[in-house]
Design a protein around this ligand. Structure first.
Ligand SMILES: Cc1cc2nc3c(=O)[nH]c(=O)nc-3n(C[C@H](O)[C@H](O)[C@H](O)COP(=O)(O)OP(=O)(O)OC[C@H]3O[C@@H](n4cnc5c(N)ncnc54)[C@H](O)[C@@H]3O)c2cc1C
Length: 310
C-alpha cells in the first residue's frame, strides 16, 4: 500500500466502480479500497430492475461480474482492505487500514448502506438459517412455507406481497397501529388471502436450534405474548448508511447519510460522496452509478484544475 496518493475511492459497489472508471480514464493516480467482493448490494439481489440500458431480467450477479471485469480490463487494482478510520488532516485525508495509513489529496466515499437489524438475541446466529434481510434474494428458499416480515414501510409491504406469491402463509408484524407504506401497496397487501397483518407488535426472540422454527412476539399495548410457528423471518425495517467512520470528517444528516452539494462534494473541499451512503431521494443503481461519475469529475477538477474531456 502506497503511503501517499492523489485520490482514494472507498467502496467498490456500483458508485465506487463508476468513480474508478472515470478517474482511470482521466489519468488520475488513485486507489480503490474494497474488503469484500466487487458489486456491493448487487450481491444481495436476484435480478436488476430499473437500470436503463441493461437487459430486463439481467442477473445481479452477472452485473457484479461485469463490474469486476471492467476494473480488470482497465487495470484498476482493488485493494482488499477496509478503511477503519478516516481523518481530515490539513489539506489531506488519512485512511487507516489494518495494513497501515495512506494519505490522499482527495477522497470519494462510496461505502453504500446496510440493512437495519432488529437487535434481538440470536438474530446474527440465525441469519441465513431462517433470518433474512432480502425477500428477493432468499424468498425462493421458503416456497410453500410460513414466513414473517417485520416492518411497516414500503419495503416491508413489498416484501410481504412478494413472499405471498411464494409462501403458503405470510405474517406482517408491525410495531404501530398503521402501516407507513403507500396506499396502493397497502391495498394490494390486504387483498392477499394468505397474508395476516399483526399490528402493535414487536418480535422479542427467536426459536430454533439449527434453523428458525418460531418467533416470539409481544403486543406493545397489552403486553400479551404469543409464538408464531415460522420458518423464515424477513427483517425490513430500513437501511443504515455505512458512514460511521466519516462522522468527524464530513457533515452527515440526522439519519447518518452524507450531505453533499449537487456535484457530490461534501462540506470538506476535497471529499466527495456517491451512492447509497449519501443523502439522496432515490437509492438505485442508476443514481449511484451517475453520482460516482460526477464525483470523479469533481475530484479531477479539484486535483488537476480542469474538466475531464469525453
Ligand atoms: C435486495 C435489493 C434489491 C435491489 N434492487 C434494485 C434494483 O432492482 N434496481 C436498482 O436500481 N437498485 C436496486 N437496489 C438498490 C441498489 O442496489 C443500490 O442503490 C446500489 O447498489 C448502491 O450502490 P453503492 O455503490 O452506493 O453502494 P453498495 O452497493 O452498498 O456498495 C458499497 C461498497 O462499499 C464497501 N464498503 C463499505 N464500507 C467500507 C469501508 N469502510 N472500507 C472500504 N469499503 C467499504 C462495501 O463492502 C460495498 O461493497 C436494490 C438493493 C437491494 C438491497
Amino acid at each position: 500500500m502506497k503511503e501517499s496518493i492523489d485520490l482514494a475511492i472507498i467502496g467498490a459497489g456500483i458508485a465506487g466502480v463508476s468513480a474508478s472508471v472515470y478517474a482511470k480514464r482521466a489519468g488520475l493516480e488513485f486507489a480503490l479500497f474494497e474488503p469484500k467482493v466487487v458489486g456491493g448490494q448487487l450481491l444481495l439481489m436476484e435480478s436488476v430492475d430499473n437500470y436503463t440500458g441493461v437487459s430486463l431480467g439481467t442477473k445481479a450477479r452477472d452485473l457484479a461480474s461485469e463490474l469486476s471485469d471492467t476494473l480488470k480490463k482497465l487495470e484498476i487494482e482493488v485493494i482488499p482492505e477496509e478503511i477503519s478510520k478516516f481523518e481530515v488532516s490539513g489539506k489531506q485525508v488519512k485512511l487507516h487500514t489494518q495494513e497501515g495509513v495512506t494519505s490522499a489529496n482527495a477522497a470519494i466515499i462510496a461505502t453504500g448502506a446496510s440493512f437495519r437489524r432488529l437487535g434481538i438475541a440470536r438474530e446474527g446466529e440465525l441469519t441465513g438459517l431462517g433470518v433474512s434481510y432480502c425477500a428477493i434474494c432468499d424468498g425462493f428458499f421458503f416456497k410453500n412455507k410460513t414466513v414473517a416480515v417485520v416492518g411497516g414501510g414500503n419495503t416491508a409491504v413489498e416484501e410481504a406481497i412478494y413472499l405471498s406469491n411464494i409462501c403458503s402463509k405470510v405474517y406482517l408484524i408491525h410495531r404501530r397501529k398503521d402501516l407507513r407504506a403507500i396506499e396502493y401497496l397497502q391495498k394490494e397487501l390486504f387483498h392477499k388471502g394468505n397474508v395476516e397483518v399483526i399490528f402493535d407488535t414487536v418480535v422479542e426472540s427467536l426459536n430454533g436450534k439449527e434453523n428458525l422454527t418460531g418467533i416470539n412476539i409481544k403486543n406493545v399495548l397489552t403486553g400479551k405474548t404469543n409464538t408464531l410457528a415460522s420458518n423464515g423471518l424477513f427483517v425490513a425495517i430500513g437501511v443504515i448508511p455505512n458512514t460511521c467512520i466519516f462522522k468527524d470528517a464530513v457533515e452527515l444528516d440526522e439519519s447518518g447519510f452524507i450531505a453533499t452539494d449537487e456535484e457530490m462534494k461534501t462540506n470538506c473541499n476535497f471529499v466527495w460522496a456517491a451512492g447509497d451512503c449519501r443523502k439522496r431521494p432515490l437509492r438505485q443503481l442508476i443514481t449511484a452509478a451517475s453520482e460516482g461519475a460526477i464525483s470523479a469529475v469533481g475530484a479531477y477538477k479539484y486535483l488537476k484544475g480542469g474538466y475531464i474531456s469525453a
